[in-house]
Design a protein around this ligand. Sequence first.
Ligand code: AMP
Length: 213
Amino acid sequence: MNIILFGPPGSGKGTQAEFIVKKFNLTHLSTGNLLRENVKNNTELGKKAESIMKSGKLVPDDIIKDMIRVKIAELKQSSKGFLFDGYPRTLVQAEQLEEILEAEKIGQYKVISLEVSDSEVTKRISGRRMCRICEKMFHVSFMPPKKDGVCDACGGEIYQRADDNEKTVLERLKVYNEQTSPLLNYFKAKNALYTINGEGKVEEITEQILKII
Ligand code: AMP
């Protein structure tokens, strides 16, 4: 079983992904997390991606394709299925993913789309925080850590992502609406699309996701 968690930045993909991968023993592949890891480790890929990510624009499709292909090939033996988070983000990436899934013989996917309005996204992202080590998500008002600045899960430092500021969020939303949301029609045409209102309580959204899976 493969799942694509779809939705704008700040729609709760990361939060829901954490729960689903544990429950179904899936392998979590977040292109955003993989890119941030490359930036942190100062790899060639990270050097190419860093300024693009800071601007809120998309990293080129071929870079993403190579990164995902390598990860899938590396992890598929030990994996019961993948949960893609923040990927694919363009039509080209969706077609590339189909090619990879076929070449690696790892089956089809369901797409779960979390619908959240632009104004809600902006509100959520400005208060969003993340653990520097395990990348667990927090929110200063809606989901604060038990101890200020310290991750509940691993004790790591909690920080605000460089691209989680109001100006970059507007660019990320523009990119989502122009380049990513047209994918919804592509998935619909494949009968793979399930849509959920992403503005409810975290547990209620999880419930709905479980029903779909
Ligand atoms: P995210 O953590 O998913 O919000 O991603 C953070 C940033 O990483 C995005 O704003 C993009 O610059 C880049 N990024 C993440 N995933 C992709 C992707 N699938 N395609 C292109 N760029 C991506």
